[in-house]
Design a protein around this ligand. Structure first.
Ligand code: IMP
Length: 429
């Protein structure tokens, strides 16, 4: 003990990597439990930028065990590319462990993702086209290929053949793609197996051992609550469960192993891809947020949609995750905006008021946010290192968020750098 889960409370890109990086200082292990290389975490260390898609952000701390848990879907070529990139930059990757039970993203998953989006046309989800949805679909259909299969050539070939067969029709447009050749694919994946073998382990057991010997284990979420397959803005969601409860399933630990749940929330809101976003701003304030906040996707480079902070959605995420602590990131991006607005409720198209996040998709699609305004502040706050350094208006803004959702703020981000954080000292258990 303790186990600490860190999750996104919005639509992803909240800066979870930075908070994981901060909390990892006191942890023995960092575990990713869902998602795949649709995620992108950027960490700036001593002015040097690191981007991760699969490897847990904790890898930048020497001596930590970093786990890719069974709930993650792994594109082995991406993982090997990340390992090689880190090695080139002299980062020790010896502590990386990969669950033998994690599922593999195969070339046909990526093709199916692309083909599926094309077929949806205007109704497309705006996926990252990394094969995430089709890989999780195969996992549920029991046609998945797992990391452990890489170590057995006969089984690997058999399983790939079985998984490919039902997809022939759907994959017709790619029929001539050499990547779909059974023999070539098996050989390619066997070579990945050779590279990854030293990292493959029973990672649930590793978590057990660490928790049992009173070491701190961080469970690092990817994406965020509003993209949750069950609780998010379905179907405009990802294909895994990025909420805290999924940490147990995706890492192989029990619910009583979790002691704290940190929710990471940007001081405003962003979303990439399609789907409802009630507090979206299409005016110059939205552009200001995008430009000041560098709101372009780490994974796909897409422009992020920007808007005011949505407390209806944040209260919903607080409930789904039973947050113990909030980390508010990118507060510095709001400098110079006045007033600052936060959505506190929605009004439906027929005038009904929604204090709670509406469960019906049609309501959400047409819901208009109602705002409360707070005075903004001038000047650069990126050098602030304590709450007392912040302008009174910034402190009031944070207090309003915390009061509204009933969760204390533990960390405030005021810039991209590793050191650009304020710890409030609050550790609600
Ligand atoms: P998929 O996860 O690639 O299937 O994409 C499904 C939806 O989740 C799309 O709207 C993506 O833009 C979104 N999404 C997936 N991963 C992330 C992420 O790490 N940050 C933000 N949005 C994401």
């Amino acid at each position: 003990m303790p186990g600490i889960v860190i999750i996104g409370t919005q639509w992803g890109d909240e800066g979870k990597g930075k908070i994981v990086d901060l909390l990892a200082r006191d942890a023995a292990m960092v575990v990713r439990f869902q998602g795949g290389n649709n995620a992108g975490h950027t960490i700036v260390r001593d002015g040097e930028e690191f981007k991760f898609h699969l490897i847990p952000s904790g890898i930048l701390h020497p001596g930590k065990t970093c786990v890719i848990g069974n709930g993650v879907v792994v594109d082995p070529s991406v993982l090997i590319g990340e390992l090689d990139g880190l090695r080139r930059r002299r980062v020790d990757v010896g502590g990386l462990r990969l669950s033998a039970n994690a599922h593999l993203i195969m070339p046909y998953h990526v093709m199916l993702d692309t083909a599926g989006e094309a077929k949806l046309g205007k109704l497309e989800i705006g996926t990252t086209k990394r094969g995430i949805g089709p890989c999780y679909a195969d996992k549920s259909a029991r046609l998945g290929i797992r990391v452990q299969d890489l170590l057995d050539p006969k089984i690997l070939r058999k399983k790939i053949a079985a998984a490919l067969e039902p997809k022939q029709q759907l994959l017709r447009p790619f029929a001539r793609d050499p990547k779909l050749d059974l023999h070539a694919m098996t050989e390619e994946y066997l070579s990945y197996g050779h590279r990854l073998e030293p990292h493959i382990a029973d990672t649930s057991r590793l978590c057990w051992d660490a928790l049992d010997s009173d070491q701190t284990v961080l469970f690092e979420g990817a994406q965020a609550a509003m993209l949750d397959l069950d609780h998010g803005t379905y179907p405009f969601v990802t294909s895994s469960n990025p909420i805290a409860g999924a940490a147990c399933v995706g890492a192989g630990v029990g619910p009583t192993d979790i002691d704290e749940v940190w929710g990471v929330c940007k001081a405003y809101a962003t979303r990439v891809g399609a789907g409802p976003f009630p507090s979206e701003l299409t005016d110059e304030v939205g552009v200001h947020l995008r430009d000041r906040g560098h709101e372009f996707g780490t994974t796909t480079g897409r422009e992020r949609r920007c808007g005011w902070l949505d407390l209806v959605a944040l209260r919903y995420a607080t409930r789904l995750n039973r947050l113990s602590t909030l980390a508010i990131t990118k507060l510095d991006v709001l400098s110079g905006l006045d007033p600052l607005r936060v959505a506190v409720r929605y009004r439906g198209s027929e005038g009904a008021v929604f204090e709670e996040f509406p469960y019906h998709q049609s309501i959400l699609h047409s819901a208009k946010p109602e705002y409360e305004d707070y005075p903004g502040w001038e000047g650069d706050i990126s050098g602030c290192r304590s709450e007392a350094d912040l302008p009174a208006e910034a402190r009031d803004y944070l207090a309003a968020i915390s009061d509204n959702v009933g969760v204390a703020v533990g960390v405030i981000g005021v810039g991209p750098g590793r050191e650009q954080v304020i710890s409030t000292g609050v550790r609600a258990g």
